[in-house]
Write a protein that binds this ligand. Structure first.
Ligand code: NAP
Ligand code: MG
Length: 489
């Protein structure tokens, strides 16, 4: 594979508004940094509320104009064309993602088949808004038609931990349902979203159907959340930002989808197959350097195997190859930024005071000191009320918490404000069922972790937010029901 920096990664990237690549109103730009080296890659545009104004207007024009005349079949053909273009350029997209946010190529390239399935899934859903007749209960001489209508202009606000996928959780359902989108990627990692959008325009997406405004959350994100021309905001990120979006959305009561963080429990019973549970639970927290919303950061281990598990997990952590994502064999890359590095180091210090450090806890030195690298870290004998077991760290930090009984495991698992995901490792069918049903979260994995199928999807409850990504629920959340009653007399 060609590992040289793609030609796309140069100069100052523009905003995509109404099919044109335009300068931001502010004339300002933001540095795009490679977190593995700290080096400048290129610049992105610093958009603001004025650019959001233009983008929302373009999205509205497209929604009411040419895009509204696309049939379900037309949207399906378009999505399949987009699919082919994205796949043809996938190596470049994966490399851009690796350069901009640090994840190893093994991960970013590994998503090719998954993204293909995701695009095909949304292509298969373009008929979701089809009309259906409704049986009548009180008016026999009437008939009623039920349509599912596209909600309109969707603001997509996504984080930096996987923007290539993050873009598709917005574009997929928007294109399937006939909505239009204004996407705001995180300023720490916008490049893959920009390139995806450019490729989509090449594949024939009509002007204004997708728009991208890069910039800071307090400017662009806030303006999207407030804008009365935006009908729905789909957000992924932190609880605090979600609360600001809820408040800002009140003006026009816009629909919201909020996928927030977690402190997900991954529960290992003494009867589990440890040859699978140790690497599975370890990568459940260390993958993507812990910057994963569903990360299983609280590993609850039955007391009889706690010490053995911890020792095996530390041994496994030692084998993980950390480095520049471009190097073959790299399993985990850097954290996204200096800010995130400081945040994670801060929690590592707290963990060192609260609990027993068994592996890691340090920033990496030598060659890797230029980037934002930390060791995968394991704390043992953690109590669930400790800070490292309650707060989302968003770094490769595992808290291993001992428990004795199924009831205690569930009580600890649910003793968190979050409810995004959870895991169970056991050979006992009854334990697997009882515990997977008992965890209060939107997603649970049994004898695996982190698997997400586009046709099934995932989501959260409690303070992990609401709404569903993937599956028919996701598509339907971009639609609203409309009844037409017809008098047959
Ligand atoms: P964040 O502030 O919630 O950022 C997520 C997105 O929201 C970014 O595009 C951000 O823009 C934007 N944003 C920021 N302020 C906004 C506002 N007032 N109105 C509208 N949009 C706004 O999260 P973060 O600061 O990147 O990360 C902080 C912590 O959030 C992490 O350490 C982690 O705990 C959590 N997090 C969770 C997820 C997840 O997948 N659930 C993802 C990322 C972070 P800019 O960043 O460009 O300013
Ligand atoms: Mg970057």
């Amino acid at each position: 594979m060609d590992m040289s920096t793609p030609a796309f990664v140069q100069g100052t990237k523009k905003l995509l508004i109404g099919g044109q690549w335009v300068e931001p109103a502010s004339g300002q730009r933001i540095e795009a940094i490679n977190p593995a080296t700290g080096e400048l890659l290129c610049h992105i545009a610093q958009g603001d509320a004025q650019d959001v104004e233009r983008a929302v207007a373009a999205a509205r024009r497209a929604f009411e104009g040419p895009w509204s005349r696309f049939t379900a079949h037309g949207r399906r053909k378009l999505l399949l064309r987009v699919h082919d273009t994205i796949l043809d350029n996938f190596d470049e997209l994966a490399l851009i993602e690796t350069l901009d946010m640090g994840a190893p190529l093994a991960r970013t390239r590994g998503y090719k088949e998954w993204l293909s399935q995701l695009l095909q899934f949304y292509a298969s859903q373009t008929g979701a808004g089809s009309v259906a007749t409704s049986p009548m209960s009180i008016a026999p001489n009437f008939t009623a038609l039920k349509h599912l209508m596209p909600v309109g202009v969707v603001g997509g606000i996504i984080p930096w931990n996987g923007p290539l996928m993050g873009s598709w959780w917005i574009y997929g359902p928007a294109l399937a349902t006939g909505c239009t989108a204004v996407l705001k990627p995180a300023e720490d990692a916008s490049l893959s979203s920009l390139r995806v959008s450019e490729l989509m325009m090449e594949a024939g997406v009509p002007d204004g159907v997708i728009n991208v405004v890069t910039g800071y959350g307090k400017d662009v994100g806030q303006a999207l959340a407030e804008h009365r021309g935006v009908d729905r905001v789909a957000f992924t990120g932190s609880v605090g930002t979600a609360q600001a979006i809820v408040r800002a959305s009140a003006g026009n009561l816009k629909r919201l989808q909020l996928e927030l963080g977690g402190k997900s429990p991954d529960i290992v019973f003494a009867d589990a197959d440890l040859d699978r549970a140790v690497p599975g639970a370890s990568m459940g927290v260390f993958t993507n350097t812990g910057q994963v919303c569903v990360a299983g950061t609280r590993i609850l281990v039955q007391r009889a195997i706690h010490d053995e598990f911890v020792q095996r997990m530390a041994a496994f952590a030692k084998t993980i190859k950390i480095g520049d994502g471009r190097e073959p064999g790299t399993q985990i890359g850097p954290l996204i930024s200096q800010r995130q590095l400081e945040r994670v180091m801060h929690y590592m210090e707290i963990g060192g005071q609260e609990a027993e450090l068994v592996h890691g806890g340090q920033r990496l030195s030598g060659n890797l000191a230029r980037g934002f690298f930390v060791e995968p870290t394991v704390f043992a004998n953690v109590r669930n009320d400790m800070t490292i077991a309650q707060e989302e760290i968003f770094g490769p930090v595992a808290s291993v918490i001992p428990f004795d009984t199924v009831d205690e495991a569930l009580q600890l698992a649910n003793d968190t404000p979050y409810g995004l995901a959870g895991g169970v490792w056991t050979r006992n069918l009854s334990t697997a069922h009882t515990v997977s049903q008992g965890i209060r979260s939107g997603t649970v994995w049994v004898n695996c972790y982190g698997v997400i199928d586009p046709a099934v999807g995932f989501g959260g409850t409690k303070m992990s937010g609401y709404g569903w990504k993937g599956g028919k629920e996701h598509v339907e959340s971009f639609l609203y029901p409309k009844a037409t009653y017809i008098n047959l007399d």
